[in-house]
Design a protein around this ligand. Structure first.
Ligand code: MOS
Length: 722
């Protein structure tokens, strides 16, 4: 239960990112920037075939190149203990890719060799001299041609509520297929690691990770050394979006290489490797059947999805799950399968599951609204879920109706012309669309240590990583408000596995999880001070004075925090809705976003400035998904062809209009003492559908396969140019 309302310290409303100065001045050090004495450099060689096996590797030229210290492949790699096969089995269990395990090629770009040299350029040159001979097998890389081999995801393929396929009996119904291509995370910072063995079984790494403790445990499992013998540092992370939630092969390569050459080894991926080696949002096909009564009340939804995975890992993200919970619909059945292709594994990417699922569901709702001749917002309000349709539990809080209204009012939704293709202004077709979604509001367990020092600075320690959302800023605000002291006097130390436990930064749960630990530790510390003064204490103790009076250098508290029974009693979600105004150029098919209004219902907003930044960033991710992002594979070779930012398009400033982030900003009474729920994933979830729906309203063209590139819209006939 929410035990105390955080007083809104007005001074914190405008608090800027606490690490902003460090980031813009180069003072923030990312994992590729650590200088370690004796450092050597590793460069990976990737497979040029897609499926088969390695026949031979000619390393002579590379080995003899200047500065080369070692050339490692499956032929000479020391045994990696965590990869060994269980008795009675011939292959290791499915899971993350096992580097240098055997001669098998499972995907194009698979790392097959690591070359280590004294300087980076020499390693890069020597890597170019490695000659690999292959036996080539026939590969399968195209999802849409390989549905026959799709299988039930291990998490359960089918779910049923009510009558199966009930939508077919509805007076107004439709059924369509929706496709999203693979998309890559595209963070600014490349994945990079520096690995240094400090003893036979003791290791220090500086690596890009969303969770230093998870990386510590992951390395411990792979190398079978005690987790507390591994020091993981990841103080600053330049964006990750789900791409740094596991130990990747290049990290294993650097750790092995450091052992072999007996020197610390740095290995940084190039941009091209970022497309093949560290996961992506999976290419996914979906089909939705949806039906409603004439008054708009939903009768049934059938949501099928097939996503791609690799042959070595059963990656699945619960794509159709969103259809079970977003609307009050009595009959919902879903079917989810994955197809194993000769391709690197996908992984989590911002809004995993829901981002893909809502593209289909929120497009289908829009299509249904036109079929019913009911306003899309009104249709959603008619089917508003007052309790969680999936679990039947009450929501801990839900203000999505308020969010609809805020967004609609702000963008001027009610003035839109609902007839598709009917507004032409200065040669551009103008339209409005909306779409939204939800994501579970999670709270995990974490520990924070807080130390008040003699000069009144509060030091907070927790091992969480910050991938960019502004964790330090939010934590400083939470501490400031509990302790009754300026946020500027709070220092938050993180990204170091020796600090108290925090889970990885994922699932939009950091403020709820680590914030709660900070809140609890600060509460405990304040009580310690109040006890020192006696008399029940003061509401705002003078910490410096009390320390001095009691002859103390510091006073500290370390507190573990986790959710209570309310986490089970209530269904906890964050919600978003996006409203978009677009212009579509009929002759060229160019889409320009004119305005986007994104409204989040994610509880109390702890840090307004960084929260706004989260929503804007997520919306841009959604615009990229809608209009530009697409991994293209040449299926003849199974090779990715657009593995650079010249060819894989993400939105740039010129593509991004005015994005307005609005917050309902009402605390959730049950999730944590701040009343704060996650906002990272919902900022993207639903955005692609909002754009597609706006494009339909503008042009009358319904695009069900992302991205909405000009070729899918060009209307030469309509404008008399054909
Ligand atoms: Mo997120 S996809 O949990 O980084």
């Amino acid at each position: 239960m929410r035990n105390k309302t955080i007083s809104k310290a007005a001074s914190n409303e405008g608090l800027s990112r606490v690490d902003g100065r460090l980031k813009v001045t180069g003072g923030a050090k990312y994992s590729a920037e650590f200088k370690v004495p004796g450092l050597a450099y590793g460069v990976l060689v990737g497979s040029t075939i897609t499926k088969g096996s390695i026949k031979s590797i000619d390393v002579k030229a590379a080995r003899n190149a200047p500065g080369v210290l070692a050339v490692i492949s499956h032929f000479n790699c020391p045994k990696i203990p965590g990869y060994q096969v269980e008795p009675g089995k011939t292959e290791p269990a499915k899971g993350t890719y096992k580097l240098f395990y055997n001669n098998k090629i499972l995907f194009n770009g698979q790392p097959v060799v690591v070359v280590i040299a004294d300087i980076f350029e020499r390693a890069l040159f020597a890597a170019s001299l490695v000659k690999v001979q292959y036996n080539t097998d026939k590969h399968r890389t195209k999802l849409l041609d390989n549905f026959a081999s799709a299988f039930a995801s291990p998490d359960g393929a089918e779910t049923k509520r009510g009558v199966v396929d009930a939508w077919k009996t509805a007076p107004v119904k439709l059924e369509h297929e929706y496709v999203i291509p693979s998309e890559v995370h595209s963070p600014m910072e490349m994945h990079a690691i520096t690995a240094r063995w400090d003893a036979e079984d003791k290791l220090t790494v500086w690596t890009k990770t969303q969770g230093v403790k998870d990386t510590q445990n992951g390395i411990a499992t792979i190398f079978r050394i005690p987790a507390d013998h591994i020091q993981v540092n990841s103080k600053f992370v330049g964006g990750a979006f789900g791409g740094a939630l596991q130990v990747w092969p290049h990290e294993v390569a650097a750790i092995i290489a450091a052992k072999v050459v007996k020197r610390p080894v740095k290995l940084m991926l190039g941009r091209a490797d970022m497309f093949t080696s560290v996961g992506y949002r999976p290419h996914t096909w979906q089909k939705i059947g949806i039906g409603a009564a004439a008054d708009g009340k939903l009768v049934g939804i059938t949501h099928e999805a097939i996503g791609q995975t690799s042959t070595y890992e059963d990656f699945n993200e619960g794509t159709p799950g969103i259809s079970r919970s977003l609307y009050a619909c009595p009959n919902v059945n879903t079917n989810y399968k994955i197809a194993a292709l000769d391709i690197g594994s996908p992984t989590w990417m911002r809004g995993p599951g829901e981002a893909t699922g809502t593209f289909a569901l929120e497009s289908a709702l829009d299509e249904l609204s036109y079929a019913l001749n009911i306003d899309p917002v009104e249709l959603r309000v008619k089917n508003y879920a007052e309790t969680d349709p999936g679990s039947g539990k009450p929501f801990s809080s839900k203000y999505l109706k308020e969010a609809y209204k805020m967004g609609a009012d702000h963008i001027g939704w009610n003035d839109r012309n609902s007839k598709p293709g009917s507004v032409l202004k200065d040669g551009w077709l103008v339209g409005y669309g909306m779409g939204g979604g939800s994501f579970g509001a999670y709270r995990d367990q974490a520990t924070a240590r807080v130390v008040m020092t003699a000069d009144g600075t509060l030091l907070i320690q927790s091992s969480v990583s910050d991938i960019g959302p502004g964790t330090g800023t939010a934590m400083a605000i939470i501490a400031s408000e509990v302790m009754g002291m300026p946020a500027e006097k709070v220092q938050f130390e993180m990204g170091d596995s020796s600090l108290p436990y925090a889970p990885q930064q994922g699932g939009s749960a950091t403020v709820a999880t680590v914030g709660s630990a900070v809140y609890a530790a600060c509460t405990d510390l304040k009580e310690k001070f109040q006890k020192l003064i006696g008399n029940g204490g003061a509401d705002k103790p003078d910490y410096i004075k009390i320390l001095k009076q009691h002859n103390l250098q510091t006073l500290e508290a370390t507190t573990l925090s986790k959710g209570g029974p309310d986490m089970e009693k209530y269904a906890m979600y964050s919600w978003s809705v996006h409203f978009v105004k677009v212009n579509v150029h009929p002759a060229t098919g160019v889409v320009k976003i004119e305005r986007a209004v994104c409204v989040a219902d994610c509880g109390h907003i702890v840090s307004p400035k960084t929260a706004r930044s989260q929503v804007v960033g997520g919306a841009i991710g959604g615009i990229g998904m809608a209009l530009m992002e697409e991994v293209v594979i040449d299926h003849r070779y199974g090779r990715l062809v657009n593995n650079s930012f010249a060819d894989y398009h993400v939105p740039v400033n010129a593509d991004i209009p005015q994005i307005e982030a609005l917050f309902v900003n009402k605390p959730d009474p049950y999730i944590n003492p701040m009343g704060a729920k996650g906002m990272a994933e919902i900022a993207l979830i639903g955005m692609a559908a909002a754009v597609a729906n706006a494009v339909y309203n503008a042009s009358g063209k319904r695009v069900r396969e992302l991205p909405i590139t000009p070729d899918k819209l060009v209307m030469l006939d309509e404008v008399g140019l054909s």
